[in-house]
Design a binder for this molecule. Structure first.
Ligand SMILES: Cc1ncc(COP(=O)(O)O)c(C=O)c1O
Ligand SMILES: C[C@@H](O)[C@H](N)C(=O)O
Length: 366
């Protein structure tokens, strides 16, 4: 059977997101060893093996395969919480708040405290959490903070582990649960050398995406203790997330972990090189380039989405908004083209700056 189609890399020029990575020929070949049990009955060996593999990597008792990071985040939040009224404290840019369609209010019936970190990069205990946490002191006007959710990486930025440690200690001392949206924790791990297990040790629950930088076609694994995962599976089923023969997806995800984790570093090297090019040409950036994302400050640069898209078309690359995403399937040719597109955009914007918009650049649209 000719599988060369699966190595054509349709995402070779796609800088919109690392979610555009496509399955490789070896992932497709892995299908032949997939089990075909009904995972709702917990009878699919390949799914169980993936869940155990990721749980082991995370140093947690159990894992739960979910069809998306959104589902794994939302059911994790719900399982961490018990009796409303309660609040969830998170970064205002956090995916669970900004990009999961209000699920925190519907599934978890929670008040949200979307915090703007004072340092502009990540939440700190002293500056952002202690001043904003709502105490559970019996005041019937309040919805006490019962969950803090962090994201690592967030917009490609690595959350410093010493700060995670402080926040985790505070949470444990104040009966507040701690969740990590670890959609790109793999990227933080590859960049810092800190193990997935060490990162996860500070959290009650962690959602690990397989479909972003790692390149699996579908899915995430939620990890925690066994009692938590048992309840999470209940909420997964309640929300239509029960999957039948998920083994075919699980084997591809397992192959992605084995084959692609070592490739993440190269996407960081490219992203950092583009970040350096921006600095050398005075193109303003919104955030430091720690891993695989370059966020250009379109507002300060006078760049419009339309202008960048125009040069993206000229150089045959796919871009959207001010986030330039790198992943292991980006080709060297496309890397050269994104540099040309950004430099041409910048030269154009300097001559004809876009009118200031009060709308932040959206780095995706459906
Ligand atoms: C940080 C982060 N968390 C969670 C998700 C949700 O993952 P999914 O798109 O699979 O629902 C995404 C986006 O894909 C993300 O970027
Ligand atoms: C847009 C968002 O949902 C997706 N996680 C991304 O980073 O591309």
């Amino acid at each position: 059977m000719d599988l060369s189609n699966f190595d054509k890399r349709p995402a070779h020029n796609d800088f919109r997101s690392d979610t555009f990575t496509t399955p490789t020929a070896s992932m497709i070949k892995s299908l032949v060893i997939s089990s075909l049990g009904d995972a709702v009955y917990n009878e699919d060996d390949s799914t169980n093996q993936l869940e155990a593999k990721v749980a082991k990597l995370a140093g947690k008792e159990s894992g739960l395969y979910c069809v998306s990071g959104t589902l794994s985040n939302q059911i994790a939040v719900r399982v961490n919480l018990f009796q409303p009224p309660y609040s969830i404290l998170c970064d205002y840019r956090g995916h669970i708040y900004a990009d999961e369609a209000g699920g925190l209010s519907t599934l978890s019936q929670a008040m949200i405290q979307p915090i703007h970190p004072k340092n502009g990069k990540y939440l700190t205990l002293e500056d952002d959490i202690i001043p904003n946490v709502i105490p559970d002191d019996g005041d019937i006007h309040l919805a006490p903070t019962k969950l803090i959710s962090l994201e690592n990486t967030l917009h490609g930025m690595i959350f410093p582990i010493d700060e995670i440690e402080k926040i985790s200690k505070f949470c444990r001392e104040n009966e507040i649960r701690l969740h990590l949206d670890g959609a790109r924790l793999w990227n933080a791990h590859v960049e810092t050398g800190v193990s997935i297990e060490k990162y996860c040790s500070y959290f009650d629950s962690v959602s690990l995406c397989l479909s972003k930088s790692l390149g699996a076609p579908i899915g995430s694994v939620l990890v925690s203790d066994s009692k938590f995962i048992k309840k999470a599976n209940h909420f997964k089923k309640q929300n239509g997330g029960g999957i039948r023969q998920s083994g075919i997806l699980a084997v591809m995800a397992s192959t992605a972990i084995d084959e692609n984790l070592p490739l993440l570093k190269n996407s960081h090297v490219k992203a950092k090189e583009l970040g350096k090019l921006c600095q050398d040409n005075n193109i303003p950036l919104l955030y430091p380039v720690d891993t695989n994302f370059v966020f250009v400050d379109f507002e300060k640069a006078g760049i419009s989405d339309e202008l960048f898209n125009k040069y993206g078309d000229k150089y045959n690359i796919k871009v959207h908004g001010n986030r330039i995403s790198f992943h292991y399937q980006i080709s060297d040719e496309s890397f050269e083209n994104v540099k040309r597109a950004l430099l041409d955009t910048w030269e154009d914007a300097k001559k004809n700056p876009a009118e200031r918009s009060n709308q932040p650049s959206k780095f995706y649209s459906l």
